[in-house]
Design a protein. Structure first.
Length: 386
């Protein structure tokens, strides 16, 4: 009994110490989500928690709205059915939990598209850890999927690894795509995942065993093979599932009256994996766009140190590139570079935080009421702290 009490007390002390003095596992242990019978897990609607900025260490509120989207504004039935809707699907690069919501690329893109007088919604369907499989199921199961006029799949090189690990889809003997039932996580695993101590122990053993103890070597090889061009049976199998999913996704979107596109992250890994996409897919290669405009471009300069996800500057540039791409696609009247810069300034100066380089508060006069309108719209249900 004494030994048991000692272990419990020791565990409690370690857990409390991690939560107070070293809260790096807060996101993993305290994130809110729901189990899913088709997908493995989904975000909880109307949920919120705080997250630290990787560079500044300051806290900001992460909110998932009434549709479980990572946006600080709600969308009712009228807002969706009466608008032109753009849906972006992907993983952590899209969900952007490391940034306050207004600095994700989807929100300034939404603002720029609405300057034309049209009613446009840019919807953020990004979820940490999602690959092609769960992203497609997210689109298919979304209650307003038929209302999405433009659907963008933001590809990350580890998406095929996710297909392998999740086993949500397979190819049968007739070479047909088959959906498998999502495996239920044991109750004990769900309980352990709520303790900071669990992740500290995993990190310790990963460090001790050089990162191999808790990783699937076959899954690791799939991701490596994609970007290096190596061949393997696992890779070929998952490429087949991947392309079948893309075709099914594109077909489903077009049957719903929408347009399907693929967006490649501005990293060399995704650029090297561009061979995965058949010619009939419209692909926006952000790596090529960044490299065209930025001398000696390296993604590391546009991402957070020791984190690897893109920063505010990269998100702002992506919003600009996608806006120019959509001007033609949506039949919008092109605006000048000066007009684009002014509108970009108007958006970012509405928030008390990061500003793009080359933009000064005294450079452009913006009505204070306009700034309040922007801030109110894109931060209407939560107030970010900077």
């Amino acid at each position: 009994m004494l030994l048991l009490v000692s272990l419990v007390v020791s565990f409690a002390v370690v857990e409390l110490s991690l939560r107070i003095f070293y809260p790096v596992y807060a996101y993993a242990a305290e994130s809110q989500y729901d189990r899913s019978t088709s997908r493995i897990w989904v975000r909880s609607r109307n949920s919120s928690y705080e997250r630290q900025h990787p560079k500044t260490g300051k806290s900001h509120l992460v909110y998932h709205n009434n549709l479980a989207l990572r946006q600080h504004r709600n969308f009712d039935d009228q807002a969706i059915t009466s608008a032109i809707n753009l849906g972006f699907f992907g993983d952590s690069f899209l969900e952007n939990l490391r940034l306050p919501s207004p600095y994700s690329f989807n929100e300034p893109l939404d603002y720029l598209l609405n300057t034309h007088g049209k009613n446009v919604n840019v919807l953020n369907f990004g979820i940490d850890g999602y690959g092609t499989d769960q992203a497609f199921l997210y689109y298919r199961d979304f209650e307003y999927s038929g209302e999405l006029d433009y659907v963008f799949y933001v590809f990350c090189a580890n998406d095929l690894r996710n297909i392998y690990e999740n086993d949500l889809f397979s190819i049968n003997a007739d070479h047909e795509l088959v959906q498998n039932q999502a495996q239920n996580t044991p109750r004990w695993a769900r309980l352990l995942s709520r303790f900071h101590t669990t992740y500290a122990i995993v990190d310790f053993f990963n460090e001790y065993s050089h990162g191999k103890r808790f990783h699937d070597e076959r899954a690791n090889f799939i991701e490596h093979a994609i970007i290096t061009g190596l061949e393997s049976e696992d890779l070929e199998k998952n490429i087949t599932i991947f392309i079948s999913l893309l075709h099914l996704w594109k077909q489903t979107v077009e049957e719903n009256g929408g347009v399907f596109s693929v967006v490649l992250l501005p990293r060399l890994d995704e650029h090297n994996a561009r061979y995965l996409f058949p010619e009939e897919f419209h692909v926006i290669n952000l790596y090529e766009k960044f490299r065209e405009d930025i001398a000696d471009y390296k993604f590391q300069d546009w991402s957070f140190e020791n984190d690897g996800h893109w920063n505010e500057a990269a998100n702002q540039l992506v919003a600009t590139y996608l806006y120019r791409e959509l001007e033609e696609k949506m039949g919008l009247q092109p605006i000048s570079s000066d007009k684009l810069k002014k509108e970009t300034f108007t958006y970012y100066s509405s928030f008390e935080g990061w500003m793009p380089d080359g933009y000064l508060l005294s450079e452009v006069e913006v009505d204070s009421r306009k700034r309040e309108e922007v801030k109110s719209k894109y931060n209407s249900i939560a107030k970010d702290t900077h």
